[in-house]
Write a protein that binds this ligand. Structure first.
Ligand SMILES: *Cc1c(COP(=O)(O)O)cnc(C)c1O
Length: 423
């Protein structure tokens, strides 16, 4: 029976054995014992299910992977050490030197840096596109060496909403893997596989954990891409000598996830720790409830700020005048999430003064947990950029990024009110 999403949040990914722990125990062991040599040999050959070494797989991590795969409607998931490692391992599963990624430019700063600076050092190029550009312009970037089209459902910090229909059509037409970072929407608000995505990435450090407690990332395999005979994905179609000639495209399911685990997790090892998997699994229990509250709180805060005379502009797709409102109605009908950006009238100093006047809402380099927090990119994460460079990066100097928590919305608004009164 197919359960609904809020049921999967609390029941997905783990079923206890009779007499076993009701929630997944933290399997804090590097290795697993086998009495029978053949059983262990079969595991090494990917012929059997089981655990032998925590760098490859671990029961607690598997429970979390199972839950996220169920929530996203994917066929398999891989828990990684962080969101950044999830994106890196996903890219390396399909890209080698000479290949390229075609990516939206409206993406998380760390991912931008990975694509623009780090991957080129190993010969993987990224071609960036403006997500608002017409399909013909984006298509021009694709060539025979393009392996991934990369996007974010809700972009951080520009809060742009992805036009799934446009990107999915391009990916399908050219037979390229369509990957979406779904961190800021979560499967509660949007399920990218239903809109044509083939691969989903999460930084579980954000809403999935939800409590600012555990770093982590997840790669989810949609199981909906045909690698067999696709000239772009030769590495899925030739025997993998490091796995006794296994041809990933011939596997009955989870071809991407199997290749990623067998090659990248094995060789690079940026796997999620059992402790973090436990915390993230637990965090997901309340994900559906939290996303509802984050979204309704952010909608109220956005409307309040939008009407305030000291506020220049507000970006949140719940606002009817927002450029992405129509896309949000289509792809994020249950809510637009807790992240919003706004501009304080005035300069950097005014914005800094406002931030310091906040009492309940704290300044921190984090987003998407239960506690409301703010960041002023121009004086922190982007402080090396000039005013002109900031404009180019889509981060005006007066931009304040607010991650709306699940506190009572009246208290959040009252805090903003008293801080705005002091500038
Ligand atoms: C934070 C974040 C990441 C990176 O995740 P880490 O867990 O910090 O490595 C990637 N994408 C988005 C959208 C994020 O917000």
């Amino acid at each position: 029976m197919a359960y609904k999403l809020d049921t999967l949040c609390v029941q997905g990914g783990y079923r206890p054995q009779s007499g076993g722990e009701r929630i997944p125990p933290i399997s804090q062991s590097t290795t697993y014992y086998y009495a029978n040599t053949q059983e262990m040999a079969d595991l090494f050959d990917l012929k059997g299910d089981g655990y032998f070494y925590t760098r490859l797989a671990n029961p607690t991590v598997a429970a979390f992977e199972g839950k996220v795969a169920a929530l996203e409607g994917g066929v398999a998931a891989i828990g990684c050490a962080s969101g950044m490692s999830a994106t890196t391992l996903a890219a390396l599963t399909v890209c080698g030197a000479g290949d390229n990624i075609v990516s939206s430019s409206a993406i998380y700063g760390g991912t931008y840096n990975l694509f623009a600076v780090t991957l080129p050092k190993v010969g993987i190029e990224t071609r960036f596109f403006d997500p608002d550009a017409p399909a013909e312009e984006i298509e021009k970037l694709i060539d025979d060496k393009t392996k991934i089209i990369f996007t974010e459902t809700i972009a951080n910090p520009s809060i742009k909403v992805l036009d799934f229909g446009k990107i999915a059509a391009i990916a399908k037409k050219h037979g390229v893997l369509f990957a979406v970072d779904n961190t800021l929407a979560t499967p509660v608000l949007c399920r990218p596989f239903e809109h044509g995505a083939n691969l989903i990435i999460h930084s579980s450090s954000k809403y999935l954990d939800g409590h600012a407690a555990a770093l982590g990332g997840v790669i989810v395999d949609g199981g909906n891409f045909d690698y067999k005979g696709n000239h772009r994905y030769e590495s899925f179609n030739v025997p993998d000598e490091s796995y006794h000639g296994l041809v990933y495209a011939d596997l009955p399911a989870a071809q991407f996830a199997t290749k990623c685990r067998a090659q990248m997790i094995r060789d690079i090892g940026a796997i999620m720790s059992p402790q973090n998997a436990f915390l993230s699994w637990l965090g997901c229990d309340t994900l559906a409830l939290r996303m509802e509250r984050h979204s309704s709180n952010a909608k109220k805060v956005a409307a309040y700020l939008d009407a305030h005379p000291k506020i220049d502009w507000v970006w949140h797709a719940s606002l009817p005048a927002n450029k992405y409102h129509a896309l949000a109605e289509k792809y994020l009908p249950k809510g637009q999430g807790g992240m919003l950006s706004f501009g304080i009238k005035g300069d950097v100093a005014q914005a800094a003064k406002f931030m310091e006047a906040l009492r309940l809402i704290t300044q921190e380099t984090h987003v998407a947990d239960v506690r409301s927090c703010v960041l002023h990119p121009a004086s922190t994460t982007h402080r090396q950029l000039t005013k002109e460079e900031l404009e180019q990066a889509g981060v005006p100097e007066n931009l304040v990024r607010l991650s709306v928590g699940i506190e009572n919305p009246d208290d959040i608004i009252a805090d903003l009110e008293q801080a705005l009164a002091r500038i």
